[in-house]
Structure formats: structure tokens, C-alpha cells
Design a protein around this ligand. Structure first.
Ligand code: ZN
Length: 243
């Protein structure tokens, strides 16, 4: 009876306070959360995980050795993905970031990039730890959360791989500069990102995650710092890629 009452109350609340799809603003139906079914199937998926050499992995060629570089969705101005990212970052809708991380994690599991046994315990993983790109502490204070943490949390839950939000530190809020020599870039990297928990990354294959990738210079700087600190391998997964 309690369950029926809960359902009735839920239906009643949905009538007065309907929830809307973050992409198309239509009311969500029962069983849908954040994104309606139609929009979910219309999401502009990159399928980069099916091709080891892809547009994103090419951005790192000649810069540093990246094992895999994936992005879930294609970002276009005024498109669905821009709406989702806006909702996540500026409306503070952390749930949508977690949900998309879960969806993408499942896609990677299905592609054999995370191996789970019958009890859903990781047996032989391609990646050993998931690390979100950290925000500078001033920005974190202002926003209240790191949007990349949400994506990492979702990925972690379906891939069965641990994630850590405090193994990395961002010392500068400024953007990296891509037009620099190798030595200068290395010094620049040393200044911007710092590995604070070496034991988390040492001899591991790290999956570094970010919300959206454009040039890739921030990811490159962070990945370099992780490799310098003793990670065995590094791969990249982002929620979106600007194409
Ligand atoms: Zn929709």
C-alpha cells in the first residue's frame, strides 16, 4: 500500500512539478530521468572507442604517448550537447553528468574496454584508475563542484574501476599554451598540474577524464604530469569533443 501511495504521490508531483528533458525541454515521461528517450537515441555519439586512431587521438600525436583517446559526444554550438554541458556546469545538475558517465561506461564495457566477471567484479582491467582533471581551487569554490568528477563517478560505477578526486592538484587557473617548445612545455606542465598521491597512479594505466576537449592542451599538460610522476600508461576519455 505504501508503494502505491508513493507511486500516486510521485505521479501527482510530476503533474504539478513536471521534470523536463535537458535537451528538448519536453516533459519527461515516467521512467525517464534528465534526458528523454528520443533525445537519448539522438545523442551525437562519436564512436571513437571503436577506432584506436581517431580525430581526438590525432591531437596528441607527436606530443605524448596516449594509449586510447575517447570522447562520448560531439559538441556543436547550439546543439543538444551544449545544452547538457550548460545544465551540468552552470545549473549545477550533477546528476546528468553522473548519468552520462554511467551510459558511456557501459558502452566502453560492451566494447571490451573494461572487463567484468559474472559478479561484476573487475578481473582484468584495461584501465586501473580513473582521474578527473581537477579545477583550480578558486574555481571549485565558486562552482561548488567539479563537473569532471560527476563524469568520473558515473564511468567508475559501470566500469568497476576506482576513481579519485584528490590525487591531482591544479596550481594555476590559467590555460596552457600550446605554442611552446618541448622544454618550455614541460616546465609549464610542472607548474600547472601536480600529482599529490603518487601511490594512486604509480605503475597504473590511468584513464584521465574531462568534460569537454577542444585543442587538448589542458589534457596534454595533465597527462604529462601524470606520466612524469610514474604512471605506466595514460588514456583519455571526455564527455564531449568540440569538432
Ligand atoms: Zn528530449
Amino acid at each position: 500500500m505504501k508503494k502505491l501511495a508513493d507511486t500516486l504521490l510521485g505521479d501527482f508531483l510530476a503533474l504539478i512539478f513536471p521534470e523536463f528533458c535537458a535537451c528538448c525541454n519536453e516533459s519527461l515521461l515516467k521512467g525517464e530521468t534528465q534526458i528523454c528517450t528520443k533525445c537519448r537515441y539522438d545523442l551525437p555519439i562519436t564512436n571513437y572507442h571503436l577506432h584506436r586512431q581517431n580525430i581526438l587521438s590525432q591531437r596528441f600525436w607527436g606530443k605524448l604517448p596516449i594509449e586510447y583517446a575517447f570522447a562520448y559526444l560531439k559538441f556543436t554550438k547550439g546543439g543538444k550537447v551544449q545544452k547538457i554541458l550548460h545544465d551540468l556546469k552552470y545549473n549545477g545538475n550533477q546528476e546528468i553528468g553522473i548519468m552520462l558517465g554511467k551510459w558511456y561506461g557501459q558502452i566502453l564495457v560492451d566494447a571490451g574496454l573494461a572487463k567484468l566477471d559474472a559478479n561484476e567484479v573487475a578481473k582484468e582491467q584495461v584501465f586501473q584508475v580513473i582521474l578527473p582533471i581537477p579545477l583550480h581551487k578558486a574555481k571549485l569554490r565558486k562552482r561548488g563542484f567539479n563537473q569532471s568528477d560527476c563524469f568520473a563517478e558515473g564511468l567508475s560505477s559501470t566500469m568497476g574501476i576506482p576513481w579519485h578526486s584528490d590525487a591531482l592538484k591544479r596550481n594555476k587557473a590559467t590555460k596552457t599554451q600550446t605554442r611552446k617548445g618541448r622544454m618550455e612545455r614541460w616546465q609549464n606542465v610542472e607548474n600547472i598540474f601536480e600529482v599529490t598521491s603518487h601511490e594512486v597512479i604509480e605503475d597504473k594505466h590511468v584513464l584521465l577524464v574531462d568534460d569537454v576537449v577542444t585543442t587538448g592542451s589542458t589534457l596534454e599538460a595533465c597527462a604529462q604530469a601524470i606520466l612524469n610522476a610514474g604512471a605506466a600508461k595514460i588514456s583519455i576519455a571526455t564527455l564531449a569533443v568540440a569538432v
